[in-house]
Design a protein around this ligand. Sequence first.
Ligand SMILES: NC(=O)c1ccc[n+]([C@@H]2O[C@H](COP(=O)([O-])OP(=O)(O)OC[C@H]3O[C@@H](n4cnc5c(N)ncnc54)[C@H](O)[C@@H]3O)[C@@H](O)[C@H]2O)c1
Ligand SMILES: [Zn+2]
Length: 359
Amino acid sequence: MRTIQVNLSRNNYKIQIGSGLLSQVGNTLIAMGFRGKAVIITNPTVRALYGEILLSEIRKAGFETVILEVPDGEEYKSLEWAGRLYNQLHDFQTERMTPVLALGGGVIGDLAGFVAATFMRGLPLLQLPTTLLAQVDSSIGGKVAVNHGKLKNTVGTFYQPQIVIADNSVLKTLPGEEIANGMAEIIKYGIIRDQGLFEIIEKNLDNLSAQNESLLEELIARCAAIKAEVVEKDETDLGPRNILNLGHTIGHAIETASDFQIEHGKGVAVGIIAAGKISRNMGILSQPDLERMGKVISEAGLPVRINGLKIADILQAMQHDKKKAGGKVRFVLPKKIGDVFISDEVTVLQVERVLEELI
Ligand SMILES: NC(=O)c1ccc[n+]([C@@H]2O[C@H](COP(=O)([O-])OP(=O)(O)OC[C@H]3O[C@@H](n4cnc5c(N)ncnc54)[C@H](O)[C@@H]3O)[C@@H](O)[C@H]2O)c1
Ligand SMILES: [Zn+2]
């Protein structure tokens, strides 16, 4: 098991990464000082695979435990389902110190986190991420939210968990597409901050499967450490956290322009290539580094270009982001593998030029 410490102004917590950690959660709860009741929030897919095992482990440790279920899908990350969970927490006679365990991918982590943050003005939250994306990204950093109509992740708050327990053995049941989605974020971390991580991915391109537990544990730990460090510097996302958005400016616009038919990881993959090309055209990123990025992305099962979208729609979606950011589109651009810079000066023409090659 590897442990990463997150030190924030008001609280500190650990991220644990290792195979088989879910079967120790009962003891972990006791060691953290919890007694009495515990609540698991999950979805039917994850419940069938890991929910019952977790439930019996926690009961064995002496907790009165209930599993609350939300259907599987982004559309249930809503105020309506938060409301249903509030009722169920009330029925269970949840107390202020009853821990909420969010067992699932980013959807469950965000929704259960939002519910834990708001019910009785805050219940202790444990993040038990079960997707690669959730283990390297969404479970760390305290952003919790629900969607509201077309407003994605707009109703939310910052609420840090008391611990993140990432059991990488659960990734074996994750569909290949979801592994690829998580890989997009892992590649992103390598490019923004960790050349060594990028080289490990390059060396293991034939070996990047969820079956390779020790490799995944290493990748997850390195990414979690980067996210923890960035969050420590900028808990409420006012500046330095921006670097985590590499590939996301154009990536989000691609997702939006496709009416969310193109998944996040795929949008980010093409967004990373676009950012690389913009930087290359400015004479900053080297051609060999740009090619290494393209190779890693395609070998990880992600696209380096996307057909069937209109460039005008992508630019339009970016205009929306621009309004949110106070009039400028902020780009994170790679300087070289392992280092990035931020620019507010990228012109529409520069973006159009690279999109013409990629779309
Ligand atoms: N809070 C943050 O900082 C942050 C960051 C990034 C993304 N997000 C949010 O995360 C969400 C996306 O998360 P995601 O990619 O994990 O998607 P997800 O939660 O929808 O999970 C993807 C699919 O995998 C299934 N699944 C989960 N674990 C499994 C396992 N071990 N084996 C088999 N199947 C499993 C789920 O049931 C689901 O069908 C979005 O709502 C996004 O907004 C939040
Ligand atoms: Zn992302």
